[in-house]
Design a protein around this ligand. Structure first.
Ligand code: SF4
Length: 442
């Protein structure tokens, strides 16, 4: 167990826990606000086809181009084609989990294009060659000393720089990257259907620079990010800010409705929006799991999860970690391969309690387990264990045949993988049933 690592993440989650209650005070009726948000996402997802078409028609009328990508490969090849057309050698990007999902940076590197993360946390992670640790705070597992050491190694700075000085170093490096980049890539926190716009919310201004300084702006966004109307932002922006970082509103909130218009003096010449499916329509088709598409990626469930707090973000081995990652990863990817994530939960329900849009996360985790078992995906040892348990439970006499020692040996042999990581299961010499019988026969 890495105690220093655990201490750092618990310290940072503690800071989050201290500020969130203050942010929540801005809502007169927080439960109603969360329910309204859930209803708006329900409406958006139930009418997803129509909402996306409205978005497409409106934003293309102002000169943006909308591309539809069924999977990661298609999204990457669209980006590649645009970069070739624009003779792009370097690209700046703001924080976006969907670009992590499709492994955009590695793809661009293979094609000789420099892709620079401009969110400070993401920049730190990129310097260290690590994926984000958390969907909102990518470098939450690093202390300020770790970051000073990293900058010293990678950028040759003084290892004793303060966080403020480190930020200024990053700012200097990144300004130069913005100046050179031919393309800027952003995600989108929301796709606004009625006005044909995308909403980007961030604290550093790097998203705004990424979408406005380079002459080409590419947005890559999952199709589930739709909200019905501009009016809904009045609810979603404060909700995301409070549940994400405890703020009442995030520092920079930008709505982009197309490239530079004839009467405008700045902004990109070209704008592309890549609408990514990559397994989302499969989730949409599942009536129970559909609810997981309401997620606004606030990260609250990660911070509340006792499992996440103890094992950390990288242990999940998936782009999306924590409770929401454990719900959606097996469905976005392959249930057989990723079903173990749905077992990485105590089902305490804390994730459901804190979810900004009231997704029944713990029930969805249970549903994943149920589907995996229904489809016969459990390993042989688990199937055997349940078979034996069923036989024993249906006939008390069978359980009394073996004594405690034999039961201990058998159970730990069949459930070897369980006892290896959790300690042995030890049966008492006599079962309660036997003791009861003995007591009453005296
Ligand atoms: S599932 Fe809920 S709490 Fe977790 S990231 Fe999504 S919106 Fe936030």
């Amino acid at each position: 167990m890495d105690r220093a690592h655990r201490k750092t993440i618990n310290f940072n989650i503690g800071k989050y826990n201290a500020v969130v209650p203050q942010g929540k005070t801005q809502f007169a009726e927080l439960t109603i606000a969360r329910e309204r948000a859930k209803n708006a996402k329900w409406r958006a997802l139930e009418n997803l086809d129509a909402m996306l078409e409205t978005f497409e028609a409106t934003i293309t009328s102002r000169g943006a181009k909308v591309e539809w990508a069924e999977n990661a490969e298609q999204a990457l090849s669209i980006v590649q084609k645009i970069c070739e057309e624009k003779q792009c050698k370097s690209l700046v990007k703001s924080k976006s989990m969907v670009t992590e999902e499709i492994h955009l940076n590695a793809f661009l590197e293979r094609h000789g294009i420099e892709s620079v993360e401009t969110d400070l946390g993401e920049y730190i992670q990129q310097l260290d060659g690590e994926p984000p640790y958390h969907i909102v705070t990518p470098a939450m597992h690093k202390s300020k000393e770790d970051i000073a050491k990293l900058f010293a190694e990678k950028l040759g700075t003084d290892p004793n720089l303060t966080p403020e000085q480190l930020t200024l170093v990053a700012r200097d490096v990144l300004r130069e990257k913005y100046r050179k980049a031919e393309v800027g890539v952003t995600g989108a926190n929301f796709i606004i259907a009625d006005i044909g716009g995308i909403a980007v919310t961030e604290n550093e201004g790097n998203g705004r620079l990424s979408c406005s300084m380079p002459s080409t702006h590419i947005v890559i966004v999952g199709i589930e990010k739709v909200i019905p109307s501009m009016a809904d932002l009045a609810l979603f922006w404060p909700l995301l800010a409070t549940f994400g970082t405890g703020q009442k509103i995030t520092s920079y909130n930008t709505i982009i409705t197309g490239p530079r218009q004839p009467n405008e003096t700045d902004g990109p010449v070209d704008m592309y929006v890549i609408l990514l499916d990559n397994g989302r329509t499969k989730i949409l088709a599942d009536e129970k799991q559909r609810e997981s598409l309401y997620c606004i990626r606030c990260g609250a469930c990660l911070n509340a999860c006792p499992v996440y707090k103890n094992i950390g973000g990288h242990t999940y081995g998936s782009t999306y970690s924590g409770p929401i990652g454990s719900v959606i990863t097996p469905n976005l990817k392959d249930l057989g391969e990723w079903k173990h994530l749905s077992h990485a939960s105590s089902l305490c329900g804390n994730c459901t309690e804190v979810c900004a849009v009231k997704i029944n996360l713990h029930e969805l985790l249970l549903d994943n387990r149920h589907t995996a078992a229904e489809e016969g995906m459990a390993p042989f040892s688990e199937k055997m264990a349940w078979k034996m348990w069923k036989i024993a439970m249906l006939k008390r006499g069978w359980m009394n045949i073996a004594n405690g020692g034999l039961k201990t040996r058998m159970v730990n042999l069949v459930g070897k993988s369980w006892s290896e990581s959790r300690g042995k299961l030890v049966f008492p010499a006599k079962s309660f049933n036997q003791q009861w019988k003995e007591k009453n026969s005296k």
